[in-house]
Design a protein around this ligand. Structure first.
Ligand code: CTP
Length: 412
């Protein structure tokens, strides 16, 4: 297929080279449109050599071929990576003052943008509003990821990894409807049940990892399967889904906006950021309660530490309790409780104690152990409401358990 890759002016422009290369190696005809600002970061010969096509930059070049419309019309897919706050703003407002923004206005192909900018710029109300506008019009947004930024600070704003952008783009292109059809038909049924249409749901999944040194971490065995099943089911029921993914063992579902995180603090920033315009938040991720007090920059060497290694850990914030305490009116916060208690009555009591600590609207209790809960394709859950009463019990495939949990949420 013909893929247009738009590159705008951010330091992440160098990562666009890997994205272009992946598309070319997969056999696609790739045409790069770089803004003037992008060319301050990566030179034209790099884009031309990697894409194997002439670079497009100038709106006034090849005017007789009407290129500002022609490139967009020929495209089967448009990917803008990195997308700066400026370009996102221009597209949201329908401005067309360079070849890339003209192309976006002219195309009917699906468009995917991968934002990359500083955390403050990403969190700015103007940017959030513009991104929301793009989503409403059927533009797919992938990332940004949470992590180390160009400077010494970290937070949401880093461009999503190249592989994830390529996967999201190809998944988008394989969907049958055009972008305009998608925007117009955003209420069209995927399944008979569209009871989450118009809702924005944030789901955390997987397990966080706390680095000890560059090669080791403290983590847990969560595969992310239940969280991903929830994201898939919510998408199918019409929700606008943000998946905050911490080390998933399973692929992310297509049509779901995914933000990847690693540590508990990164997950906290990502979910707090996404929660601001969500009406449902589901904390399915297994979150590390503690992190090493210090992270060694070099590998911890056995011949230096000797036969016994004492680790000093500090506690991580309780994200769920924080989300419940700060929740907006009409927001619904759902927690999970991973317990190893085999006695059913004692299990419920542990759940009730956890509910009192975390004060969420619903708590999904699941039994985890060496062979149950984590990594398996099946799950067994009991759901408590805010008062501690059992409102649902379900067992079976994680996909059907996910639907039962969403039934509880939609009936609240
Ligand atoms: N959770 C969280 N922040 C943490 C730990 C857990 O937000 N620091 C969330 C999890 O995502 C889950 C719920 O709280 O939704 C319960 O997690 P769980 O691991 O079962 O409980 P803990 O709070 O870790 O308590 P304990 O280890 O004593 O069971």
């Amino acid at each position: 297929m013909t893929i247009v890759v738009g590159v705008t002016g951010g330091i992440a422009a160098y990562k666009a080279v890997s994205i272009i290369r992946s598309f070319v190696l997969l056999g696609h005809d790739v045409h790069v449109i770089a803004t003037d600002a992008a060319l301050r970061f990566v030179g034209a010969p790099t884009f031309e050599a990697i894409s194997r096509n002439q670079l497009n930059t100038d709106l006034y070049e090849g005017v007789s071929e009407v290129r500002h419309v022609g490139i967009g019309k020929r495209a089967d897919l448009v990917v803008i990576a990195p997308a700066t706050a400026n370009t996102i703003a221009k597209i949201a407002h329908g401005l067309a003052d360079d070849l890339l923004t003209n192309t976006v206005l002219a195309t009917t192909a699906p468009v995917l943008v991968a934002p990359a900018m500083h955390t403050e710029m990403w969190l700015n109300a103007a940017t959030q509003h513009n991104v929301h506008t793009l989503r409403e019009r059927g533009v797919s947004v992938v990332g940004p990821a949470v992590g180390q930024l160009t400077g010494s600070d970290s937070g949401p704003g880093r461009m999503e990894e190249a592989d994830a952008i390529v996967a999201a783009a190809l998944a988008l292109a394989s969907k049958p409807a055009s972008r305009h059809d998608r925007a117009a038909n955003s209420e069209a049924p995927r399944t008979a049940r569209r009871d989450l249409a118009g809702h924005r749901i944030v789901i955390t999944a997987g397990g966080t990892r706390e680095p000890l040194d560059p090669v080791r971490y403290l983590g847990n065995r969560s595969s992310g399967k239940q969280g991903v099943a929830l994201a898939t089911a919510a998408r199918d029921r019409g929700a606008d889904v943000v998946l905050i993914a911490a080390h998933l063992d399973v692929p992310v579902p297509e049509g779901v906006e995914t933000r990847t995180v690693s540590t508990t603090l990164e997950l906290q920033r990502a979910v707090t950021d996404a929660a601001s315009d969500a009406d449902i938040i589901v904390m399915a991720a297994a979150v590390a309660d503690f992190r090493p007090a210090t992270t060694s920059d070099a590998k911890i060497k056995k011949d230096v530490v000797g036969d016994e290694l004492q680790l000093s850990l500090v506690s991580n914030p309780d994200i769920l309790a924080g989300l419940s305490a700060d929740k907006q009116p009409d927001q619904l916060v759902v927690g999970f409780a991973a317990e190893t208690e085999s006695d059913p009555q004692a299990l419920i009591e542990l759940g009730r104690r956890k509910l009192r600590r975390k004060r969420c609207d619903f708590l999904v209790i699941n039994n985890v152990g060496w062979r149950t809960g984590f990594s398996t394709d099946e799950n067994e859950v009991v759901v408590l409401d805010a008062a501690g009463d059992i409102v649902m019990e379900a067992a079976g495939a994680k996909s059907s358990v996910a639907d039962r949990i969403l039934d509880v949420i939609t009936s609240a």
